[in-house]
Design a protein around this ligand. Structure first.
Ligand SMILES: [Zn+2]
Length: 490
C-alpha cells in the first residue's frame, strides 16, 4: 500500500466516521421528536377522556336532578336553594316534615279502619292512641281524635253475635274436604270419581258458597273465639260462651277442612299436592302437573279463602280463617313426614313446622283428625290411645299444640248427647283436647264445664245432590252446583 493510498484510506475512514456520526445524531433527533409527538398525542387523548368523563358526570347529575324533580314535583330547586337563607331552608324542611307526618296519620287511620272492618275496634283505637307526632301524642291531632270518636261510635253500635243469634250454640260450623281444582281429572270415571262426587266440593262451588254467605252477612270466627275457660271463685275452671260483637245483621260461623294431607291416592286427580309458603310469606297451595312441573295458586281452601278475606275484610272476625284438621298416616299438608326413610324426611319436618306457624299467624287453626282415621266409636280405647299418642308424636310435634279433636268420619266417641263420661273422653281430655267436633245436618253444640262439643254440616257433593233441602237456610243447591259435576251416581 502506498502512502497516498494509506492517506486516502485514513481520510476515507475519517470521512465515514463523520458520516456515521451525522446519521446517529439525526436518528437521535428523530427519536426525540417522535417521543415528544407521542407524549403530545397521549396528553391530548387524556384531555379528551377527562372531557368525556366530565360530560358523563354532568349527564348523570342531570338525570338525578330530573328524577328528584319528577318525584317532588318542584321546579328549579337549586335556584331556590341558592337564594334562600338558612332560616328559610329550615322552614322549608319543617314544611316537608309536616307534610310527611300528615301522610303518616292518614295511613294510620286507613290501617285502623281496616282493623275495624274486621271488628277489632279495640286494636284499631289502640293503634291510633299509640301515635307520637312532632307536636305530641295523638291527643293534639284533631284528625286522630275525630277518627277515634268515629270508631267509638261504630263500636258502641255493635251487637252481640250481630243481633242474629242469642247463643253460640246457634252458630253454623260448615266443613269441606280438599277442593277439586281440576274437574276433568277428578270426574274422569275412574274408581275414585264417585267418591269425589260424594265427598268433595269444587273450587267453583266453594267460591260461590263463600260469596253467597258473605252477601248474607256471615262472618268467619275461630273455634277458640266461641268459648272461653273462666276461673270460678273456688278456683275451678269452666267453659262459657264467649261474646262476639259484630255489626248489625252479621252472623258468626266456623269453617273447617278435613284431611288436609293431600293423600297420594289423590295424585293426578286434580287436587292441590301440598301447602307451601308463598313469596309474600302467606301460605298457599302447590299443584303437581302431568309433565312433572308444579304451579302455585288457588287450588284449595287456604289460598282461596285468604284472597276472599283480603278483598272482604268484614268477612272475618279479627282475622279468623278456618280450622284445618290433619291425620298422620301419610304425613301432613302434603309432606310425607310419616316416613323416616324418605330422602327429604328431615327437611319436610322443618317445612311442616314453618307452614304450620305461617298458617296460625295468618288466622288458621289446626286440629287433630286422629293419626289413622279410624271410627273411634267402635275402635277400642287401646287403639284410641296408641293412635292419639302417635298423632301427638308425629304430627303434634310439628304443627304445635292443639286442643281441637275432629272425629274421623264425623263419628263421635259417645252415642248419647248427654255429658261425656266415657274412658275415651277422659283419655282425650288428659291429652289436652277441649273441643270435640262431629258431623250433623243442623247446628248443634254443647258448652260444658270441661269441654265444648260441636257438630259440623258437610257442604259436599252428597249434600248438594242428595240432601239439598238441608241446605236451604244457606243456599239453593242449583245456584251453587258446578255444571261440570256429574249427577247423583251412587
Ligand atoms: Zn276425614
Amino acid at each position: 500500500m502506498s502512502w497516498d493510498k494509506q492517506t486516502q484510506k485514513k481520510q476515507g475512514k475519517r470521512k465515514s466516521k463523520r458520516f456515521y456520526g451525522i446519521i446517529a445524531l439525526e436518528i437521535i433527533i428523530l427519536l426525540v421528536l417522535f417521543g415528544a409527538y407521542l407524549i403530545f398525542v397521549k396528553s391530548k387523548a387524556d384531555e379528551q377522556d377527562i372531557t368525556n368523563t366530565k360530560d358523563d358526570t354532568s349527564q348523570s347529575d342531570k338525570e338525578e336532578t330530573d328524577e328528584i324533580e319528577d318525584t317532588e314535583d318542584t321546579d328549579d330547586t337549586d335556584d331556590t336553594e341558592e337564594k334562600l337563607s338558612p332560616e328559610e331552608l329550615e322552614a322549608l324542611a319543617e314544611q316537608e316534615r309536616l307534610k310527611k307526618e300528615i301522610k303518616e296519620r292518614q295511613d294510620l287511620i286507613v290501617q285502623a279502619d281496616r282493623l275495624a272492618l274486621g271488628y277489632d275496634y279495640d286494636k284499631a283505637i289502640e293503634l291510633i292512641q299509640g301515635y307520637e307526632g312532632l307536636e305530641g301524642s295523638y291527643k293534639v291531632y284533631t284528625t286522630l281524635i275525630a277518627a277515634i270518636e268515629r270508631l267509638e261510635t261504630e263500636k258502641s253500635a255493635l251487637k252481640l253475635y250481630g243481633g242474629s243469634y242469642t247463643s253460640v250454640t246457634q252458630f253454623n260450623h260448615i266443613f269441606f274436604h280438599s277442593l277439586i281444582a281440576d274437574n276433568a281429572k277428578a270426574f274422569d270415571d275412574d274408581s275414585k270419581a264417585k267418591g269425589y262426587n260424594m265427598y268433595m266440593t269444587t273450587v267453583s262451588e266453594f267460591s260461590k258458597m263463600m260469596q253467597k254467605m258473605y252477601e248474607d252477612g256471615y262472618v268467619l270466627v275461630k273455634m277458640s273465639d266461641i268459648a272461653k275457660k273462666v276461673t270460678l271463685e273456688d278456683g275451678t275452671t269452666k267453659y262459657v260462651e264467649n261474646e262476639i260483637y259484630l255489626r248489625d245483621g252479621k252472623k258468626p260461623f266456623v269453617l273447617s277442612e278435613d284431611d288436609v294431607n293431600y293423600y297420594p291416592y289423590m295424585d293426578g286427580d286434580g287436587f292441590a299436592s301440598r301447602i307451601v309458603i308463598g313469596e309474600d310469606g302467606i301460605p298457599t297451595c302447590e299443584m303437581l302437573l302431568e309433565d312433572g312441573t308444579t304451579v302455585t295458586g288457588p287450588y284449595d281452601i287456604v289460598p282461596i279463602l285468604n284472597a276472599f278475606v283480603e278483598e272482604h275484610p268484614d268477612f272475618s272476625y279479627k282475622g279468623a280463617k278456618g280450622l284445618l284438621a290433619v291425620t298422620g298416616y301419610e304425613g301432613t299438608f302434603g309432606y310425607r313426614t310419616n316416613n323416616p326413610d324418605s330422602p327429604t324426611y328431615e327437611e319436610d319436618k322443618e317445612t311442616v313446622k314453618k307452614v304450620a306457624e305461617a298458617l296460625k299467624a295468618d288466622g288458621w287453626e289446626i286440629g287433630s283428625h286422629s293419626w289413622g282415621h279410624k271410627n273411634m266409636q267402635i275402635e277400642s280405647i287401646d287403639l284410641l290411645k296408641r293412635d292419639t299418642n302417635r298423632w301427638l308424636e308425629e304430627v303434634g310435634s310439628l304443627v304445635g299444640p292443639t286442643d281441637i279433636y275432629v272425629y274421623p268420619y264425623g263419628v263421635d266417641i259417645e252415642t248419647t248427647i248427654g255429658p261425656y263420661s266415657s274412658d275415651k273422653y277422659e283419655f282425650l281430655k288428659e291429652c289436652g283436647f277441649n273441643f270435640y267436633l262431629g258431623v250433623f245436618k243442623d247446628p248443634w253444640m254443647h258448652v260444658k264445664k270441661d269441654y265444648v262439643r260441636m257438630t259440623r254440616r258437610p257442604l259436599d257433593g252428597q249434600a248438594l245432590l242428595e240432601f239439598p233441602d238441608r241446605l236451604v237456610d244457606l243456599f239453593e243447591a242449583e245456584e251453587i252446583l258446578d255444571p261440570e259435576r256429574p249427577g247423583k251416581n251412587w
